[in-house]
Design a protein around this ligand. Sequence first.
Ligand SMILES: [Zn+2]
Length: 716
Amino acid sequence: MKLIIAEKPELGRAIGAALNLSPAAGGTMTGSEYTVVWAFGHLMELEEPEKLDSKYKKWNLADLPMYFDPWPSVAIDGKADRLAQIGQLIQQADSIIHAGDPDDEGQYLIDEILDHFHNTKPVLRVFINDNTPSEIQKAFYQLQPNENFRSIGEAAHARALCDKTFGYNYSRFFGLTLNVKGLSVGRVQTPTLGLVVNRDRQIENHVKQKYFELTASAVLSGAAINLTFKPDKQFLNDGGHITDRAFFASVIADIPAPASVHVTKQQKKEAPPLPFNLVKLQAYMNEKYNLSVSRTLEITQELRDKFHAITYNRSDCQYLNAEQYDAAPQLLQGIMRRLGIQLSLDYSIHSKCFNDANVTAHHAIIPTNAQFDLSALSDEQQKVYIEIAKRYLVQFLPPIALEETKADAEVPAKGSFQAASIRILERGFSAYYPAKSFKAAALSDVPAGNYSVQLGNYRIAEKFTAPPKRYTQATLIMDMTQVAKYVTDPQAKAALQAKDKDKKGENGSIGTPATRDSIIETLIKRGYIQDDGKHLVSTQYGRQFYDLLPDDIKKPDLTALWWTIQEDIKSGNAQISDMTNSVLASIRKHLQDDYSAVHVDHAADREEIGKCPLCGKPVYETKLSFACSGYKNGCKFAIWKENGFFKHFGKKVTKAAAKTLLGPYHRCLERNLTSKAGKKYDAYFKMTIQNGRPQFSIEFPNKKKTTTKRNFRSFR
Ligand SMILES: [Zn+2]
């Protein structure tokens, strides 16, 4: 028996169908020659250090750097049965066909299983880019010895080892030296925090700069046209602006009279946007429905697991294969029926999304022909499914036909007055699907040609530069796919870009489509950034921490450096140990760094309730109390929310009460107290400090002064 091990169920079943295998026991498919079994993505992971050596259960600086050579892998929780089953099948097999995805993770994932069972049977490698039967059959005619590709998997193995080593050692080192719980450092996580911190600072440090803009108007063929002056490049400052008003005065003086205005027209087409990959879908759903990027990922997983409604969801690719083009008419008829819409799709339109050359290990996310009822989906599932389906449907609608009209009037040696207007000739797909809006100006009515006219109505307007926008979840994951643009080191920048040279849509990225959402979630959970529902903003704590980290730990350049070593591993010019040793060397060096003078905590982000009456340090709210932040210096002052005195009156210490208790009068007004006789009354609870603890007594408002309610209010 030849055993085929596929990376995922979808691929396994597609192979089974293409090779005419029948479903067999235990979630496999089998025939006279082949048996196919599939993994569920990674079945194994590196074992946790504390399980390999119990000394790591305790956090201890002396135990760093932590590293294991060799570092054993174990079954991921819930996947041990499948792993054991594959192990048995390997024993029964005469030979094995490795059907991991055609990328380094796919190579590693199956090699890891083979190594785990010390496989000695011959292994061939099959590369399947497209799950259609004909493509799979073709791929099986081109099997190659798996040995030739081992080094590609080793590159992925090296990255897994380094990520674990890096994150584990630095998280412990900084947590221990800074004495802060819940700190973490990661190769992708930390530069992502940097994106947010740097953006926030740009916004906060932005100094509004005044600049000027010159406009004029002209009447062309009966239409009044407004033109804006575009100075020649050499006159502009770094921000692309004119800050000297006198420059425009000199332009006005030089305007020829009459001026020659050149009007041109050009026909343009605006094609529908490409089908979604995961990151584009996450960004779209975040912008349109405010769904978090992790929620969108979850929903796509549900759509796949429960309904088989969409193709592979963690894809980084927005392109599709020729087979999918052929299958579209039948598929989309069914989709339109399900969505209850009827569009006249034109299947002769060959969208640029159909391009085999741009398909990587996966293709774009599109709906499948699975049968299910739309009403079986939850509201959120429907939203995501419908957006994926619509984005695919529009590939077969015509582009928007546009006519762009431009006007240009030169002022010699200074620049030119310009105007532009775009008119929609045919709405194309935008009649059905949201698209960029175009609003035609009067210029669109002006025929092309040269006009000799008088310019007039010169106006020099004062403008101000605006800061960049805060990140949203959508814009942050998009920037993670193109982080190279913020990298200043030219070598690192080039390496990051080279890493993504085969991936359309990713240009110098960090992280993967499958992990970016959890990176953002981690940053929020750690308290480094906050999501206020609309924007992501770094906390003071996040900034303090980011600032103290050395550059070689926090910059995206590290991903570039690792990638260059990974390339050497793939080509056989480096070993896994070259990469892990370089990471360990850098960790050893940083373990000597002295952070005794720096201080990091959440305090800066917390609301100060008041000052401690004992030591003067700020008091903050905790889960159970309002406590002095000087506890590290031995101050134990705290007001418990469930204070006994308050409880006696049926009250709790609220935040408002704590604030006035820490105010100048050390008392708070409590209303609607009930006397033994059942009468309602108001009273002050007065705080005094005895033996370092707050004690309370009741104080009645001065009768004379407080007989009216108005006077009461003034104490609030
Ligand atoms: Zn204190």
